[in-house]
Design a binder for this molecule. Structure first.
Ligand SMILES: C[S@@+](CC[C@H](N)C(=O)[O-])C[C@H]1O[C@@H](n2cnc3c(N)ncnc32)[C@H](O)[C@@H]1O
Ligand code: SF4
Ligand code: SF4
Length: 350
């Protein structure tokens, strides 16, 4: 059964996030090749300044649709790799184009009474670190702009330069983002000293993995996901979002859904705007019906399949990314993994 998006929002009620999110993927181009990333690394669509600025009317349209109770809008600037060396040369410096885009975004937000907050996602492999630090300093006179530094336990190059950049730019890093693949969970089980040191120093958000047909073997089974949650409980209780959920379950506190669906848009390099999925995702890869404009029914399907609304943990549970959860070729086990996890808490914790 499908429900209109408004009704799903009503069902969710106070668990609906108060923050809106714009994922602005400027281009897919990247000079490295992570094993879990489906981007076309050689594509050039979206790389000119004109194409970048053409996103402003799309952002404006989205801002006009968000709910009245939204208190904050996060603009995630993403590639491909936005800070790759070959875009920051003496002949050409892409940072000036990003600046124009961010300035235009700031004007837009001022017109609409929104405080702009910009988060630029990077692989932190740049060798132009000093130039970038100066740019960040200048930009922060203008607007809140921080980096989300990606780290992965598997499939991503982590070099000496990466570690130096993390240190050098640490005051501009808002958090670390990690993708929860099957391989990442296996690595977490055996231990990863770099991950452990980042864990001590920064908030880490563990994001659900969305595969494509060539990477679907990397999506964790429910059993893998359960083992990952056990590791969060035993070893990494500060990890977001499940570390926070442990405390909230313990204290029966309200937790918003942590994998945004409402008040979220994904602006793609070719100016297609979706809720989250890419236009190249195939409907047959997912269970249920796909609506590129609105994921509400994936969320509804998740709630219904797990009978969340009558679950004792509903109030405090972060749920799961409904899109990743809907991936068809994923090994599933009976019952809800989150529930099994919360049920497994030792007596002294609850
Ligand atoms: C596509 S990357 C682009 C930005 C930059 N190149 C980087 O690696 O941080 C944006 C974020 O998405 C994550 N990511 C890449 N492939 C993903 C996938 N298939 N599912 C979920 N997240 C993914 C990356 O780890 C990164 O944190
Ligand atoms: S650095 Fe980012 S864009 Fe490049 S391949 Fe890795 S995840 Fe994809
Ligand atoms: S524990 Fe499972 S069934 Fe309960 S609310 Fe969370 S996702 Fe739904």
């Amino acid at each position: 059964m499908e429900l209109p998006s408004g009704l799903v929002k009503e069902l969710i009620g106070p668990k609906k996030p108060k923050v809106a999110e714009i994922e602005l993927t400027l281009f897919e181009n990247c000079d490295v090749n992570c094993s879990f990333c489906g981007h076309e690394k050689k594509a050039t669509v979206g790389m000119t300044e004109e194409e970048m600025l053409s996103k402003i009317p799309l952002i404006s349209d989205f801002l006009d649709t968000i709910d009245d109770d939204i208190s904050l809008v996060n603009l995630h600037l993403v590639g491909g790799e936005l800070l790759q060396d070959r875009l920051i040369t003496e002949k050409q410096n892409v940072l000036t184009s990003y600046r124009k885009l961010i300035e235009a975004y700031k004007v837009l937000c001022q017109e609409k009474g929104i405080i702009p907050r910009v988060l630029l996602v990077s692989n932190m492999l740049t060798t132009k670190t000093e130039i970038i630090k100066e740019w960040l300093e200048e930009m922060n006179q203008l607007v809140f702009l921080k980096l989300i530094a990606s780290y992965d336990l598997y499939g991503r190059p982590i070099t000496k330069k990466y570690l130096e950049n993390i240190e050098y730019l640490k005051n501009y890093i808002s958090n670390i983002n990690v993708v929860v693949t099957k391989e990442a969970i296996n690595k977490l089980k055996v231990g990863d000293p770099v991950f452990d040191s980042l864990y001590q120093r920064f908030p880490i958000f563990m994001d659900d993995f969305l595969p494509d047909s060539s990477t679907q073997q990397m999506i964790p089974s429910d059993e893998d996901y359960f083992q990952y949650l056990q590791l969060v409980l035993k070893k990494y209780p500060k990890l977001l979002p499940f570390g926070e959920a442990i405390t909230k379950v313990k204290n029966s506190q309200l937790n918003e859904i942590q994998f945004t669906t409402f008040n979220k848009c994904n602006i793609l390099p070719n100016n297609v705007v979706t809720n989250y999925l890419w236009d190249r995702h195939l409907p047959e890869s997912f269970v249920g019906t796909i609506n590129f404009q609105d994921n509400s029914n994936m969320l509804y399907h998740f709630l219904e399949s797990n009978q969340c609304l009558s679950c004792e943990y509903y109030q405090s549970c972060p749920l799961r990314c409904p899109v990743s959860w809907s991936w068809k070729n994923r090994e599933r086990s009976l019952g809800c993994v989150n529930r099994r996890f919360f049920d497994s808490f030792p007596e002294e914790l609850v």
